[in-house]
Design a protein around this ligand. Structure first.
Ligand code: PMP
Ligand code: GLU
Length: 397
């Protein structure tokens, strides 16, 4: 049996599989602490759930326009103008089945075989796989921990070739927690304008910024930047709606149209009930978000302090999202029992086996000196999990 050679080269999403493993172990009664989860632990706010019930009562249970209802696309336009200072019309918006699907459609719409996509490293693990699925080539640009894993315009320029088609900018970033300033964005945007490639701006963690940082949408810088940018966002992280599967893209009409055609033959419209509830969510005051952000902020500080107090481990205090990249490189060469630690996979394996704590090995993000911990879990879980990590480190020989 011969399967598609291209698609056999696509790996499973390790973030999803680690999360699934932790959830399964928990349901089987194991005392596991899951730091793998990339999803808020809060329930979806009540008024959004109520809106979904209203949609059902109103019989909104049929196909909608494939690219999303006008009502939701209008609500997204208002949100982008109000929060992000970018003006779009509904025909410049497409709603998809989660931001992951938005990104998939973008790569399908933009890339020809061999087109290069610049991806800052460490990167969210789905980008290179999506580029591969669209016959593109990922070009990784290394970043430095002491620059909070942010690319600079200088390092970006070195990676540009005549085949460069796009840059993926994840701001705030998963897994790094970095947030770009206006000045940094201006320099990056200028390079994209000068060399003529697209910017795919993944802003799914927009609402989760700390220490007074302000999230800036790169498309808001000026009209030239807006014309080459696809802004991606969604309901999953800001509204704790991971299971509802609503994401969206704003960008030039011609690209949105191609994405819409692809979507019309692959998935049709995103769920009608979730679309209705998302429009209600986007039009409402954002109090429900600020409560979550305050809680994430407390956990972030606690987790970073604890990590930095444990010998052989260290981290930067992230400025956004809900992840910490924990530097584990000083543990390499040590052993836990008969297990030799020589990279993020062996570290994560030994930690799970001995302490029942799941983390995501950094190698999945192109950063083997790190493991990623999510603080989208309760404070109590974080405390317990870090106690276990501390014990693990004490037992290394
Ligand atoms: N981009 C990044 C950086 C993410 O971490 C995620 C998390 N799943 C997504 C996009 C996609 O989110 P969703 O498909 O749930 O909207
Ligand atoms: N984005 C989240 C994470 O990185 C959820 C899992 C996924 O979609 O890959 O953990």
């Amino acid at each position: 049996m011969i399967l598609s050679t291209k698609n056999q080269g696509i790996s499973e999403s390790l973030t999803l599989s680690i999360d699934a493993k932790a959830k399964k172990m928990l349901s089987e009664g194991h005392d596991v602490i899951g730091f793998g989860a990339g999803e808020p632990d809060f329930p979806t706010p009540d008024f959004i759930i109520q809106a979904a019930k209203d949609a059902l009562d109103q019989g909104l249970t049929k196909y909608t326009p494939s690219s999303g209802t006008l009502k939701l696309r209008q609500a997204i336009c208002r949100k982008l103008e109000r929060d992000n200072n970018i003006v779009y019309t509904p025909d410049e918006i497409i709603v998809s089945n989660g931001a992951k699907h938005s990104l998939f459609n973008i790569f399908q719409a933009l890339l020809n075989p061999g087109d290069e996509v610049i991806i800052p490293q460490p990167y969210w693990l789905s980008y290179p796989e999506m580029v591969k699925m669209a016959d593109g080539v990922s070009v990784f640009v290394n970043t430095r921990e002491d620059n909070y894993f942010k690319i600079t315009a200088e390092s970006l320029k070195k990676a540009i070739t005549p085949r460069t088609k796009a840059l993926v900018l994840n701001n705030p970033s998963n897994p790094n927690g970095s947030v770009y300033t206006r000045e940094e964005l201006e320099e990056i945007a200028q390079a994209a304008v000068d060399y003529g490639f697209f910017i795919i701006s993944d802003e799914i963690y927009e609402e989760l910024v700390y220490d007074g940082m302000q999230h800036i949408s790169i498309a808001s810088l000026d009209e030239r930047v807006k014309n080459i940018t696809l802004t991606v966002n969604g309901m999953s992280k800001a509204y704790s709606m991971t299971g509802w599967r609503i994401g969206y893209t704003a960008g030039p009409k011609e690209i949105i149209k191609v994405m819409g055609n692809i979507q019309s033959h692959s998935t049709s419209n995103p769920n009608s009930i979730a679309q209705y509830a998302s429009a209600v969510a986007l039009e409402a005051p954002k109090d429900c978000i600020s409560g979550m952000v305050r809680e994430f902020d407390k956990r972030r500080k606690y987790m970073a302090d604890r990590i930095n107090s444990i010998p052989l481990l260290s981290c930067r205090l992230p400025k956004g999202a809900f992840y910490i990249m924990m530097n584990i490189s000083q543990t390499f060469g040590k052993r836990y029992g008969d297990k030799q630690l020589d990279g993020s996979l062996s570290f994560a394996d030994a930690l799970l086996d001995s302490q029942k704590v799941t983390v995501v090995p950094g190698i999945a993000f192109g950063a083997d000196n790190y493991v990623r911990l999510s603080y989208a879990v309760s404070m109590e879980t974080i405390q317990k999990g870090l106690d276990r990590i501390e014990n693990f480190i004490k037992e290394l020989i």
